[in-house]
Ligand binder design. Structure first.
Ligand code: PA5
Length: 444
């Protein structure tokens, strides 16, 4: 079942060309990029380009077994039973996927899944005040935690875990603390692996051939999400279905959403000179999905002085801050809208006899109707008047299955897009520069 579609209707010239592609006609201007993306597809499926040792995510959804899900669910159930708070320690790819999925589903979850622990994140920054507050809160709260670090050596989560482990051992004693900690890390190397083995923590493995930003469908995302009450079986089912559709040796350009998205953004970048892709939404539940997407695309494409800069905004909130620039400032952007067709809840705007606020023109209308008109009006203003190509990713539902599809779609399109611009989408050499300086300044 398809739960989203790409709407190129506001995509200006690029959108028109992509609409033709969907119809089965390939405009000549797109032929060189078509070739590049078809080669990129081959690279992903056959492992024939730099980064091929990090392609474990390509078939990952298909390889997730029921038994492995059951094992994660059983441990998660144990944690759910004994925690009011679940602390999730990690940064970058070891944190953003979990938060993206959880925040997208949270309102439904809070209603449907009473009794789920509150998830609190740690190790994703170095704020002393935040950490102090967290430790204080945990003094009087029953909690469990998981620490996630593929390398097992990243400073932020390692420092947070040192503090939390000490807190937990003091609060519960070493023996019980061991039962309240799960470590997710490399199968053999890294300080976290050594520590976890020494302490006998339950440990899940981040596969060698899956990089951090592609790891949400490994235990990195699946375990914390299961503790939070997310239906990980449906999440994986969505990813599996999308994986089946996108991983074909021959791209069917009329249907391959990943190739279409990669082609569209690469055309705008390399031919029209757009430098920034702005991911926007009209629902705050998508905030962290955009954060996850920014890391995925930023770390995958931003190298060798190349790449679209991934940025994001939440509308209509940011129409009152960034809206002016998007409409009228430098023409840097393409805009991609995460758009939700359906709304589960019902809120109708009441009529008011005095109409002092002048809002009776929307009386009797649902809030989602007003939001949809704001979205349509924005797409029109930004594209037709502002000259910003706007692509809409239209979701028909927001649930675990839909997010699973979306995650895999973005991952696959990112692999295609990165290879099409001749970079290795699976390394991140630039991340080391700040660490080197920080370690020198700290006297490591
Ligand atoms: O995508 C990546 O590889 C990075 O963003 C990592 O996920 C991030 O740096 C955290 O690394 P680690 O899981 O090794 O602590």
């Amino acid at each position: 079942m398809e739960v989203f579609r790409l709407d190129f209707g506001f995509g200006l010239q690029a959108g028109k060309m992509l609409a033709e592609v969907v119809e089965g006609n390939f405009p000549e201007a797109l032929l060189p990029l078509k070739e590049k993306i078809e080669q990129a597809n081959k690279n992903l499926l056959e492992g024939t380009a730099p980064g091929s040792d990090f392609l474990g995510w390509v078939n990952l959804p298909a390889e997730i077994t029921d038994a492995s899900l059951q094992e994660i669910l059983a441990k998660a159930e144990e944690f759910r039973a004994k925690s009011q708070v679940f602390v999730c320690v990690g940064i970058g790819g070891s944190y953003l996927g979990t938060r993206a999925v959880l925040e997208a589903l949270k309102p439904q979850l809070s209603a449907a899944k009473k009794g789920s622990p509150t998830v609190i994140y740690a190790g994703h920054h170095l704020s002393e005040d935040y950490t102090h507050e967290l430790l204080e809160l945990l003094d009087n709260t029953d909690y469990t935690l998981c620490v996630i670090s593929k390398s097992g050596t990243t400073t932020e989560p390692a420092v947070a875990f040192r503090l939390l482990r000490a807190h937990m051992e003091k609060k519960y004693g070493k023996g019980e603390a061991r039962k309240r900690i799960v470590a997710i890390t490399d199968k053999a190397k890294g300080a976290l692996k050594t520590l976890a083995d020494e302490e006998g923590y339950t440990t899940y493995v981040v596969p060698d051939n899956v990089g951090g930003r592609y790891s949400v469908l490994t235990p990195v995302g699946l375990f914390p999400l299961a503790v939070a009450g997310v239906n990980i079986t449906d999440l994986v089912a969505g990813a599996k279905d999308k994986c089946r559709k996108l991983t074909s040796a021959q791209i069917d350009w009329t249907r391959h959403s990943g190739a279409q998205y990669a082609l569209y953004r690469q055309y705008l970048y390399s031919v029209e000179g757009k430098k920034v892709e702005l991911m926007v939404n009209f629902d705050p539940r998508f905030f962290y999905l955009s954060e996850w997407w920014k890391q995925l695309y930023g770390e995958s494409e931003g190298k060798q002085h190349k790449g679209l800069f991934p940025s994001s905004a939440g509308f209509t909130t940011d129409l009152h801050s960034l809206g002016q620039y998007i409409q009228d400032g430098e023409r840097l952007f393409l805009e991609t809208v995460l758009s939700l067709d359906n709304c589960d809840k019902h809120v109708e705007i009441p009529s008011d006899e005095s109409n002092l606020d002048g809002m009776n023109f929307v009386a009797g209308k649902r809030l989602s109707y007003v939001n949809a008109k704001a979205e349509e009006g924005t797409c029109l203003a930004h594209s037709e008047e502002g000259g910003v190509p706007v692509l809409r990713i239209q979701l028909s539902q927001l649930n675990e299955y839909a997010i699973g599809q979306l995650i895999y779609f973005f991952e696959y399109a990112c692999g295609l897009s990165g290879y099409a611009m001749d970079v290795n989408p699976f390394d991140q050499p630039g991340v080391e520069a700040y660490k080197k300086n920080m370690f020198r300044l700290l006297g490591k």
